[in-house]
Design a protein around this ligand. Structure first.
Ligand code: NAD
Ligand code: TYD
Length: 354
């Protein structure tokens, strides 16, 4: 079996669902259930015996050591993190606690477990750390995209904390020989993304007739990766990635923020013409820029293609169409989050199971 951390969040939940669909292997899913963790994301596997959910903190070394010793996973995949840049600007401390100190404790627990394995199990074990392209800093419009050897230059408390965790993971390989893999991916989008991030926030507000806030001039560029493609890339890295290596994962989809928002508005005009305000683009509202807002991220994903044969299946146009359709079909999911109802739902559905 494998142990996944942060598997009740956006990417982690998509990964757990994808994993159970694509493989026969069970998953232990350790998640603290912060505001971003939502067991409703995993409702479809609530009674699947191959999914074991444990509420807990990656910083709880004793708990992790116990889980590792009890379940003997062959791999740990670390998704758990504080992940929202704007929150890191308002309150960086949680980011240091989870992303830096938490990752350190997780690594320590894994080192203890891994060190006691047989030589064969030791060689086969993997610790896969999920990181972000934001550790590489900001690109100018004419700069080449980030490669795996681009120097780290994180600009926000979020990206600095992720950079620190990447360095720890790297050090555990070089110092202790732990078989680690690191992935640095671009902005994900798709089902179950918490509506604080651009795409789900725009969907939620557009359907409610509320302003669509665009930071600054709206010309910041992100490289959008459909979450299902991210999941297949992680499976490829886990299966065939070379120990100690870093793999950049991107969608080859650079878009300005205003382009992304206009695309969503156009799709909503077609698919949801009875919103309170149409055309939806009338809701676009330019607001004060984010402090230290990185101008452009872009990933050169040729290494993972060359070495592991991975390519994204979705273009931005196909991925965003699926995403818009998912949010339209799952407005209850968004409404539950917006009302805080999902916390009660967790109690109701899982209170007796935890
Ligand atoms: P998310 O915020 O949606 O989910 C994070 C999950 O981690 C939540 O379920 C939360 O409860 C859990 N968590 C937080 N602190 C924890 C702790 N101390 N112990 C255990 N669990 C904890 O984040 P996401 O968007 O799914 O991102 C997952 C990973 O991918 C993160 O490491 C993030 O840095 C990275 N990443 C995300 C993106 C993106 O676009 N979303 C892009 C690049 C990299
Ligand atoms: P976000 O989804 O927060 O991801 P990240 O900051 O990790 O890239 O933001 C994506 C882009 O959208 C980023 O350039 C900031 C911008 N943005 C807005 O313009 N308005 C918003 O309300 C949000 C949340 C983001």
């Amino acid at each position: 079996m494998i142990l996944v951390t942060g598997g009740a969040g956006f990417i982690g939940a998509n990964f757990v669902l994808d994993w159970l669909g694509e493989t026969d292997e069970p998953v232990i899913n350790l998640d603290k259930l912060t505001y971003a963790g939502n067991l409703q994301n995993l409702a479809s596997i609530a009674s699947n015996p191959r999914h074991i959910f444990v509420q807990g903190d990656i910083g709880d070394q004793v708990l992790i050591a116990r889980l590792l010793s009890e379940h003997q996973p062959r791999a740990v995949i670390n998704f758990a993190a504080e992940s929202h840049v704007d929150r890191s600007i308002h309150g960086p401390e949680d980011f240091i606690q989870t992303n830096v100190v938490g990752t350190f404790h997780l690594l320590e627990a894994v080192r203890g477990y891994w060190g006691a394995l047989s030589d064969t199990a030791k060689a086969e074990f993997r610790f896969l750390h999920v990181s972000t392209d934001e550790v590489y800093g900001s690109l100018g419009m004419d700069d080449a995209p980030f490669t795996e050897t681009t120097a780290y230059a994180p600009n926000s408390p979020y990206s600095a904390s992720k950079a620190a965790s990447d360095h720890l993971v790297r050090a555990y390989h070089h110092t202790y020989g732990m078989p680690v893999l690191t992935t640095n991916c671009s902005n994900n989008y798709g089902p179950y993304q918490f509506p604080e991030k651009l795409i789900p926030l725009v969907m939620m507000n557009a359907l409610a007739g509320k302003p669509l806030p665009i930071y600054g001039d709206g010309l910041n560029v992100r490289d959008w990766l459909y979450v299902g493609d991210h999941c297949s890339a992680i499976r490829a890295v886990l299966a065939n990635g070379h120990v100690g290596e870093v793999y950049n994962i991107g969608g080859w989809n650079e878009k300005t923020n205003i382009d992304v928002v206009q695309t969503i508005c156009t799709m909503l005009d077609e698919q949801h013409p009875d919103s309170p305000v149409t055309p939806h683009a009338e809701l676009v509202t330019y607001v004060k820029d984010r402090a230290g807002h990185d101008r452009r991220y872009a990933i050169d994903a040729s290494k993972i293609q060359r070495e592991l044969g991975w390519l994204p299946a979705e273009t931005f146009e196909t991925g965003i169409r699926k995403t818009v359709a998912w949010y339209l079909a799952n407005q209850d999911w968004v409404a539950n989050i917006a009302s805080g109802e999902y916390r009660h739902w967790v109690e109701k559905q899982y209170g007796s199971k935890s």
